[in-house]
Design a protein around this ligand. Structure first.
Ligand SMILES: *Cc1c(COP(=O)(O)O)cnc(C)c1O
Length: 353
């Protein structure tokens, strides 16, 4: 009997939301942006010289770092980029979470955190959110080997005010605190101001949601030069060329169009607030989301039933069959027209349910 299986790193993988491809579908299941990327991104695509692909890209991703540093008023040496924020977060777990003490994150949160912890053999402790699905800062004052949480949290959409985030950072000078701000651009407060005051806070963001570029895979983080330098050492020990030539140019073009970014994120926030009123009228209850999705339960009809009925009509939302949240639907904010179609269907369906 061959025994190679004894040496396999076994892990239960993360399960991404499904990616159906039907012409008539309304896709509100993976928090993508319903609007196209900035016009400058199209222009770069049209004028891109394929011949340049013969050459390796800039391993330091200078063009993109410079654009991000300028936009967020930090030094390029305080920025790190990766293949989506999943890549940035995975590299941050590998780099900063090497203690024997447990890393802390909420029980209801981005379901990749426990997968990376398992993959990298990092001990962890999941801290329950309170009854209203809020993070309680005091719960993170315990001895730990690191802290990570999204703000706003996923899949709840509920945000933690900056003063509360700061209390967590201040109470943990001996740990790296990672704030995953995948959804911050839709109306929550960023922890970026803390980067100036604390060496141990790392703010992670992505181009996948607010910048309409999920298909391109760009994520980044901003922190002290000390943290970023540690991340670079790990990255260059793993894969020097994570960002390809086209990605670097498209990413920079997106960051430079601040006006378009503001228009799109404001439009989505506006549609979200309108959607809250419509969902309330349909009998849903939900926390006050500041993300590009709403996490909602219906007063009488089980979420799983609604999820399946929607699916049969090619309207896709996300359902998690997990403790505490198995009666909720996570509904991404689409265009106003898409949301109207969702509400029209729900109105008929719930009347007959
Ligand atoms: C979407 C998401 C990410 C990952 O996004 P990328 O597409 O890999 O940039 C990270 N964290 C949270 C909480 C997310 O919802």
């Amino acid at each position: 009997m061959s025994r190679w299986r004894e040496n396999v790193r076994e892990v239960t993988p993360y399960v991404p939301g499904e990616q159906p491809d039907e012409p008539d579908m309304i896709k509100l299941n993976t928090n993508e942006n319903p609007y196209p990327p900035a016009p400058g991104v199209q222009e770069v695509l049209r004028s891109f010289d394929a011949d340049s692909l013969r050459l390796y890209p800039d391993p330091a991703a200078g063009e993109l770092l410079d654009a991000l540093a300028e936009r967020y008023h930090v030094k390029p040496s305080q920025v790190f980029v990766g293949v989506g924020s999943d890549d940035v977060l995975a590299m941050a777990f590998l780099t900063f979470f090497n203690s024997e003490k447990p890393v802390l994150f909420p029980d209801i949160t981005y379901s990749f955190y426990d997968v990376w912890a398992e993959l990298f053999r990092i001990p962890y402790h999941q801290i329950p959110l309170d009854e209203q699905f809020r993070i309680v800062p005091e719960d993170y004052f315990a001895d730990n080997g690191g802290i990570v949480f999204p703000n706003p949290n996923a899949p709840t959409g509920i945000d933690l005010p900056l003063t509360e985030v700061e209390r967590i950072v201040r109470a943990n000078p001996d740990s790296v605190v990672i704030v995953d701000e995948a959804y911050v651009d839709f109306g929550a407060e960023s922890a970026l101001p803390l980067v100036r005051k604390y060496e141990n806070v790392l703010v992670v963001q992505t181009f996948s949601k607010s910048r309409s570029m999920a298909g391109m895979r760009i994520g980044f983080c901003i922190g002290s030069e000390a943290l970023i330098s540690c991340l670079n050492n790990a990255k260059y020990s793993f894969n020097s060329y994570t960002m390809n030539r086209l990605t670097l140019k498209l990413g920079a073009a997106s960051v430079k169009d601040e006006a378009y970014f503001r228009t799109v994120t404001e439009k989505i926030a506006e549609t979200r607030e309108w959607s809250k009123r419509e969902l309330s009228r349909l009998g849903f209850v939900f926390g006050d989301s500041r993300a590009n999705f709403i996490f909602a339960a219906h007063r009488t009809v089980p979420a799983k039933k609604i999820f399946q009925a929607l699916r049969e009509h090619h309207i896709y939302v996300r359902y998690f069959d997990k403790p505490r949240i198995d009666n909720y639907l996570r509904i991404t904010i689409g265009t106003r027209e898409q949301m109207q179609k969702l509400f029209d269907f729900l109105k008929d369906y719930l009347a007959g349910a």
